[in-house]
Design a protein around this ligand. Structure first.
Ligand SMILES: [Zn+2]
Length: 330
């Protein structure tokens, strides 16, 4: 009887001791935590919701270091599940990486657009305004606007140094050429137009009367103003007459599929051909003889053009040459 009682007592004490040991072990190794999801995506464990907020705020600050005006947000609120985890798991997991992947950003950028082409990108509105004001003060009739856009990543933001370069380039391209002219000129060698690019190419001299090809003289984009730009772009209103540079034979008048749009080509002999591109109207046809100063087309923006202008190009034996060699003969 006594031994049975002893046995029960002994067993009971042993069980209590085992449970206590297990309980203490579990308590030391496992900690309460919140299992966190965003958009159904498992992010990791946080000791509590406050710790989640701390990590999130760290990441917001990380983005704001790049641009203080960035909008940082999560597509949906996080959900938390109460849980117990091994103590060391809090250290082992990488909640920063997981949460960073779920964070959305929205940057506001200000693009300076000149004649339909994006030239500079800023994150600060006053910077964009500063450059557009500078540009407008240097070139009075330029078509420049600021476009506001929202993007999720910042790319190709223009540095001040680069913006200064671009600005100088645009101002340079839009410099008025020396002689404003109302009527086509029919005398030779009276005016020297500014040749901003001259590659020294030797080309045959075109004999005969030469005429500036329209009434405008603002150079929007010069010869080799960008790689592959083999002509001189003279800005002007749509429909303004385009004049034959010199007398010759029209070899082409129609639609060009390589980007010139409506286009006239005139052969002047000695292998010299002048090309008039992006026309709004064509007034001559292939095979026709034209004289210097004759209206052959109207200024337009057909083909690859962002604004109304005459693309004037000269080819000698099929090879584009610096048009100023010929324009300077006027
Ligand atoms: Zn051009």
């Amino acid at each position: 009887m006594l031994s049975t009682l002893k046995f029960i007592l002994f067993t009971a004490i042993s069980l209590v001791m085992i449970f206590t040991a297990v309980y203490l072990t579990v308590l030391n190794t496992y900690k309460p935590a919140v299992k966190t999801y965003i958009n159904g995506e498992f992010i990791g464990y946080f000791s509590d919701e406050q710790q989640f907020d701390e990590v999130y705020n760290d990441l917001v600050a990380e983005k704001q270091n790049i641009d203080e005006n960035v909008k940082v947000y999560l597509e949906s609120e996080p959900t938390f599940e109460q849980s117990y985890i091994r103590d060391s798991l809090l250290e082992e997991q990488n909640v920063y990486t997981n949460l960073r992947a779920e964070i959305k950003t929205e940057y506001t950028i200000y693009e300076l657009v000149v004649d339909g082409e994006q030239q500079m990108t800023f994150t600060a509105e006053d910077q964009a305004e500063n450059y557009i004001n500078q540009l407008k003060s240097e070139v009075s009739d330029i078509n420049a606007t600021i476009e506001v856009e929202k993007v999720s990543e910042l790319e190709d933001v223009t540095s001040t140094e680069r913006a200064d370069d671009i600005l100088a380039g645009i101002v340079d391209r839009n410099k008025p050429v020396d002689l404003p002219e109302e009527e086509p000129q029919t005398t030779t060698n009276t005016t020297q137009y500014t040749a901003s690019v001259y590659n020294g190419a030797v080309a045959p001299v075109a004999d005969g009367t030469k005429v500036w090809p329209t009434v405008y003289n603002r150079i929007n984009c010069d010869y080799l103003g960008y790689y592959g730009h083999n002509g001189v772009d003279i800005g002007g209103a749509s429909g303004t007459p385009i004049y034959a540079y010199m007398g010759g034979t029209v070899t082409f008048s129609g639609w060009d599929t390589t980007g010139y749009g409506n286009c006239v080509k005139i052969s002047h002999g000695n292998g010299i051909v002048t090309i008039y591109a992006h026309c709004s109207a064509l007034y001559v046809s292939a095979g026709q003889q034209v004289s210097a100063g004759q209206t052959i087309a109207g200024i337009g923006m057909t083909g690859w053009a962002t604004g109304n202008h005459l693309h004037f190009e000269v080819r000698v034996n099929g090879v584009p040459v610096n048009p100023w060699i010929y324009l300077n003969q006027i």
